[in-house]
Ligand binder design. Structure first.
Ligand code: XLS
Ligand code: NI
Ligand code: NI
Length: 434
């Protein structure tokens, strides 16, 4: 639908001194950061659900946005939505996008109809991708909105729902594969429980583990080369979700033999809901070589909800990219803006400006992270702090046993002297860069 963004041009890079609200001041795709183009580091993706499918409701009120492709129950309007989406990708020069099945096709209720509309719309989107520079970062299945999923998808007590979920994920993996997607994501919004009074927790976890094994088996069967990713979140919509945080997911993947097959898609707001920082979640994943991709956003720190706002805190983003860069960067993953404009931001321009801001904040964070790595101050501080472990005597401790160690402590009268953790000095150091 040409014309939705009428009067809005392709967003130029104008540099930090620009006062043009519709220009990038920091995101310069071709700028080289640590030997690599900024665009190739950040691998930005637009999330179809927030930008094109969300209608602006909140728990107290419904739709605020007026888009010509609403109501979203018709294939003609789904195609119009895709036209506008690709128009926006072009304006932003977005390298990637992401979708749920329910975002791109109308939901007609039964599986056969959903399958044929998904086929039709992904053919249509595939044609658009031929002439567009925007690729698919990942696809996923929405197995949380429709009432059939109210008691879970793979963890549903009803085997018919498990079967419907398996068929749905198969169709979404096929569609992702057809469109050259680089990853496939599973977020289990209803894979959890409301009350233990009606829940067999152990059985549900076993079903979820079996389901994910089927996903991996199918990936190999169809020759999908992308990564399979699970996305942790502690709660909302379920009161308790099984994929609580990175550490919980890693334990789950090990238990079901999936640790070499599945990685994590980590989201800033979900880290906060779990009582962590984003960099904590990233560091946990990196320590186990489990980092796949990131969903970039922020929550409202006062409301305690998953408000999915666009990021605007450079120091937080810088620390996230610091850990990503230290681990070697995003590989098949990217930076997906799992973020929506506020419900009062009803203009088409708001959709563009929000992404400009998010991309600029991430670019600033990336540059700050790279500068800290190149300066080496934090790494040097770590080396100093752990230097004691470099001696042979220290390494022997790890190969020893409690009794022998106790004897050494007695013989040598080992009496540790506390050393400053220098937290404030390190925080001041980070402030030089952000
Ligand atoms: C919701 C999730 C969702 C996933 C994809 O909180 O972040 O948007 O990223 O299903
Ligand atoms: Ni997400
Ligand atoms: Ni979220």
């Amino acid at each position: 639908m040409a014309g939705f963004f009428e009067g809005i041009n392709k967003v130029p890079f104008e540099g930090p001194s620009s006062v043009n609200p519709m220009a990038f001041r920091h995101y310069n795709p071709d700028e080289i950061v640590m030997g690599k183009r900024m665009e190739d580091h950040l691998r930005f993706a637009v999330a179809y659900w927030h930008s094109f499918a969300w209608e602006g409701g909140d728990p107290f009120g419904g739709q605020t946005f007026e888009r010509p492709w609403y109501p979203q129950d018709d294939m003609g309007r789904a195609k119009m939505k895709a036209d506008v989406a690709f128009e926006m990708f072009d304006i932003l020069n977005a390298p990637f996008f992401c979708w749920h099945d329910a975002d791109i096709r109308p939901d007609q209720g039964n599986f056969a109809d959903n399958l044929s509309t998904l086929d039709e719309i992904t053919d249509y989107i595939g044609e658009k991708m031929q002439t567009s520079g925007t690729k698919l970062l990942w696809g996923t299945a929405n197995m949380f909105s429709h009432r059939r999923w109210m008691s879970g998808a793979s963890t549903n007590p009803d085997p018919d729902v498990f079967a419907f979920a398996a068929a749905t994920v198969k169709s979404c993996m096929d569609a992702t594969h057809k469109l050259g997607g680089e990853n496939y994501v599973l977020w289990g919004g209803r894979e959890g429980y409301e009350t233990l009074l009606n829940t067999n927790l152990g059985q549900e976890l076993d079903h979820m583990g079996r389901f994910l094994n089927m996903v991996v088996e199918y990936k190999h069967k169809i020759g999908f080369k992308g990564a399979i990713l699970v996305e942790p979140k502690p709660q909302e919509p379920s009161k308790h979700q099984y994929d609580y945080d990175a550490a919980t997911c890693i334990g789950f993947l090990r238990k079901y033999g999936l640790e070499n097959e599945v990685k994590l898609n980590l989201e800033q707001g979900h880290a906060i809901l779990a009582g962590h920082s984003f960099e904590h979640e990233i560091a946990v994943a990196v320590a186990d070589d489990m980092l796949g991709s990131i969903d970039m956003n922020r929550n409202d720190y006062q409301s305690g909800w998953d408000t999915d706002q666009f990021p605007n805190n450079v120091p937080e983003v810088a620390l996230a990219y610091y850990h990503i860069l230290k681990s070697g960067g995003l590989k098949t993953g990217g930076t997906n803006f799992d973020a929506k404009v506020r419900r009062q931001s009803i203009d088409p321009q708001d959709l563009i400006a929000s992404h400009i801001g998010g991309m600029d904040v991430c670019a600033r964070g990336l540059k700050a992270a790279a500068a800290m790595i190149e300066d080496g101050g934090l790494e040097a501080a770590l080396d100093t702090r752990y230097a004691g472990w470099q001696t042979d005597a220290a390494k022997d401790i790890l190969n020893s046993d409690l009794e022998s160690i106790a004897n050494i402590v007695l013989d040598q009268n080992i009496n540790p002297i506390p050393v400053s953790g220098r937290q404030e000095i390190l925080e001041n150091y980070v402030n030089r860069f952000v």
